[in-house]
Design a protein around this ligand. Structure first.
Ligand code: SAM
Ligand code: SF4
Length: 332
């Protein structure tokens, strides 16, 4: 039997985040610049190769796979990959297949996603104010996203709303976003902005420590920390007044690297061992060589030896991003 993926700090890797494209139909200001150069299509792994990579991880003990991007649903024929992974989940070889999406294409795909065996998805929604949404995402498509969220609910998918909290931009909307999400039976997770890739503004101006947001929420709501985990970095509280769950992802004010169980693979087949570091291991050559099964395992072992203990994200005024690649390359 092939060995489980365990790094040199004794952490077992059971969770793969797989970016299927670096492209996106939005241009969120904290994530991308308005004008982005995307990878040439010929450099991407095919959907079949992405399936093969996923299976190499499953054979080494990965139990959860999240498809991400860029926007995963803009990749043509992506549902063939969702279905292939969903079949592993249906057969018990995976605990879960899931996705992070901006919701713009959910009206078209939600029912099929559910049919493939996906039970829960994360949908990013930073504002329910059409003007703020358009400014933040640089696209005026809030109604389309809200219809997509409704389609996902109708399809029976459990939904977690992800909201990147940005100082002076959408922070005033947090209480209302929470009431709305919880009122519809959806979790809400707030995320601190991370210094990844060049954008058109200074992230220091956007950065809002979530410790401050939590303090402010506690003036209005009763939050009780709960032990629930969904396999990722979010830490949850139960909100007495709404009955819902609030998650906080706080890589800057509080890093949770000690129990990191994740690896990330890009759409060109690079494994990134840490979101906040640049070191990576190539899988594409292994995949396309003479002996893919053996070579993929060698590459995975190499990645395990090189997985760092922790990220060293820091945001200061005018400083360069901690890593030069955008979040959309490795996905969230
Ligand atoms: N396009 C999809 C979406 O927006 O849900 C999936 C990819 S997106 C990169 C995944 C998540 O990362 C989203 O929730 C997004 O808000 C978040 N994100 C993007 N750039 C970020 C940054 N610099 N810091 C923190 N979160 C970021
Ligand atoms: Fe696209 Fe998601 Fe980045 Fe927004 S956060 S630009 S939706 S990849």
């Amino acid at each position: 039997m092939t060995e489980m993926l365990t790094d040199s700090f004794g952490r077992q890797i059971t969770y793969l985040r797989l970016s299927v494209t670096d492209r996106c139909d939005l241009r969120c200001t904290y994530c991308m610049a308005e004008s982005m150069t995307f990878l040439p299509r010929k450099e991407l792994l095919t959907l079949e190769e992405l399936g093969d990579v996923s299976e190499a991880f499953i054979a080494r003990g990965v139990r959860k796979i999240r498809l991400t991007g860029g926007e995963p649903l803009v990749r043509r024929d992506v549902m063939t990959l969702v279905r292939r992974l969903g079949d592993h989940a249906k057969a018990g070889r995976l605990d879960e297949v899931t996705m992070t999406t901006n919701g713009t294409l959910l009206s078209k795909y939600a029912a099929e996603i559910a049919d493939c065996g996906v039970k829960r998805i994360n949908i990013s929604l930073d504002s329910r104010d059409p003007e703020v949404f358009a400014k933040l995402s640089r696209r005026d498509v809030l109604p389309q996203v809200l219809t997509g969220i409704e389609a996902a609910r109708q399809a029976g998918l459990k939904i977690k709303i992800n909201m990147v909290a940005l100082k002076g931009v959408n922070d005033h909307e947090v209480p209302e976003m929470m009431r709305w999400a919880h009122g519809q039976g959806m979790d809400l997770t707030l995320i601190e902005v991370m210094p990844m890739g060049s954008i058109d503004e200074d992230r220091f101006d956007q950065y809002l420590p979530l410790t401050a947001t939590r303090d402010r929420l506690e003036e209005e709501f009763t939050l009780t920390d709960i032990a629930d985990r969904t396999g990722g970095p979010a830490r949850y509280s139960r909100v007495l007044e709404t009955g819902g769950r609030l998650g906080l992802i706080t890589p800057l004010t509080n890093n949770f690297c000690a129990d990191c169980n994740r690896l990330r693979v890009t759409c060109t087949g690079q494994i990134y061992m840490c979101l906040g570091q640049s070191d990576h291991v190539d899988l594409r050559e292994a995949l396309r060589g003479e002996n893919p099964e053996q070579d993929l395992n060698v590459a995975l072992d190499r990645a395990m030896l090189r997985k760092p203990e922790k990220h060293d994200f820091e945001i200061t005024s005018g400083s360069a991003p901690a890593v030069s690649r955008h979040m959309s390359v490795t996905g969230g």
